[in-house]
Ligand binder design. Structure first.
Ligand SMILES: NC(=O)c1ccc[n+]([C@@H]2O[C@H](COP(=O)([O-])OP(=O)(O)OC[C@H]3O[C@@H](n4cnc5c(N)ncnc54)[C@H](OP(=O)(O)O)[C@@H]3O)[C@@H](O)[C@H]2O)c1
Length: 335
């Protein structure tokens, strides 16, 4: 018997994340009979390779089974419930629903079980790319030895802030390399590091840093986890890296931690004890569907401490792939 084909809508088909979702649906052979690209009045009517962009609106979701939202939180807020009312299962990549108790926040490698229920949810949120990578790495460590405290420093590319930020970094880099000044730039991004991702809040923490810690606590179901994040924008176009310091509840030596992470889903652990083994830099992992770990070692400055380097493609595993994996789990429930 022929398998059922599903109608899939992508709101924000022109976004970095939306484009990648469309590509992954094809690559992973998601049973999409129709791929409906939706966008703003600016791009409605534009022809993409697979579809013509339609205008997002209350009537745009008729007949849609799965709707991916790869737009900002305000656009998601305005239209996600139209899609739910039309009968679609919505996967939202924006920050809009990440804190809503009634909306599961999912990283399939860590908590797909929340979708394994008799009546699957009609709206699911996908975390920020930093929280996705951290959840993939921390979930197996939490299970093996418990987490006491996590300290993270991230190095984030322009892509994390969307297509315009990538274009801006490109223009600014060219201007500086051409000997032209950057007088009209409020904060220089090219050839610089900016210790601010999101807005700085009254206590000095940025909105992004606070959100990442909250999202990881939610995904791991560890609401009291002591965690601190520092996020730095660095002059890369794509990819992201992070140093992660973990204090465990119970001892876990380097060899056992390596085995634990090697047997976890979605992770590639690079063995850097051999001379000449390349470390996974953000540039190396662009296009990879895995979260990469290297430099795993014991941090002897604390009891049961581990330190590691993590790198991932923030658009791929950090957003688009995570969203498609969520849809694949939901698909198994509705098929
Ligand atoms: N970039 C990342 O690494 C990353 C990681 C995780 C999650 N996310 C989240 O994923 C979402 C997309 O991020 P992105 O970086 O891929 O975005 P982006 O490249 O900046 O693209 C923004 C998108 O928003 C659409 N849009 C703007 N106003 C609209 C409106 N009024 N109606 C319909 N569409 C509208 C644009 O569509 P038009 O071209 O049609 O105007 C465009 O497709 C965001 O919520 C972001 O926080 C991003």
């Amino acid at each position: 018997m022929a398998e059922r084909a599903f109608a899939v809508a992508i709101v924000g088909a022109t976004s970095l994340v939306g484009e990648e979702i469309i590509r992954l649906l094809g690559e992973r052979q998601f049973p999409a009979g129709e791929v409906r690209a939706l966008g703003s009045p600016k791009t409605a009517g534009r022809q993409l390779e697979q579809a013509t962009i339609g205008l997002v609106g209350p009537d745009a979701f008729r007949g849609v089974d799965f709707a991916f939202f790869a737009v900002g939180p305000m656009v998601a807020s305005a239209h996600a419930h139209d899609a739910v009312r039309a009968g679609a299962m919505v996967i939202d990549c924006s920050s809009r629903y990440r804190r809503d108790d009634g909306v599961p926040l999912i990283v399939p490698e860590a908590n797909a079980r929340l979708l394994d229920v008799a009546a699957p949810p009609t709206l699911v949120a996908s975390p920020s790319s930093t929280a996705v990578g951290l959840s993939v790495v921390l979930a197996p460590l939490a299970e093996a030895a418990g987490l006491r405290r996590v300290l993270v420093s991230t190095y984030q590319s322009a892509a994390g802030a969307g297509r315009r930020a990538v274009e801006h970094l490109s223009k600014e880099s060219i201007a500086l390399l051409s000997g032209r000044g950057d007088d009209d730039v409020a904060m220089r991004r090219a050839f610089n590091c900016v210790p601010q991702v999101g807005t700085v809040e009254i206590d000095g923490v940025t909105s992004h840093e606070r959100a990442v810690a909250d999202e990881v606590r939610r995904v791991l179901a560890l609401p009291e986890l002591a965690m601190h994040v520092t996020a730095v924008r660095v002059p890369m176009f794509f990819g992201m890296g992070a140093t992660v310091l973990v204090e465990l509840e119970r001892p876990l030596d380097r060899a056992t931690a390596t085995t634990v992470l090697r047997s976890a889903r979605g992770l590639i652990v690079h063995d850097d004890t051999d001379e000449g083994v390349a470390l996974p830099t953000p540039a190396d992992v662009v296009g990879s569907q895995a979260t990469h770990v290297a430099r795993l070692h014991e941090d002897r400055s604390v009891a049961h401490g581990l330190a590691l380097w993590m790198a991932l493609d923030s658009i791929e595993k950090g957003a688009a792939l995570n969203a498609v994996q969520i849809a694949e789990v939901l698909l198994r429930r509705v098929r």
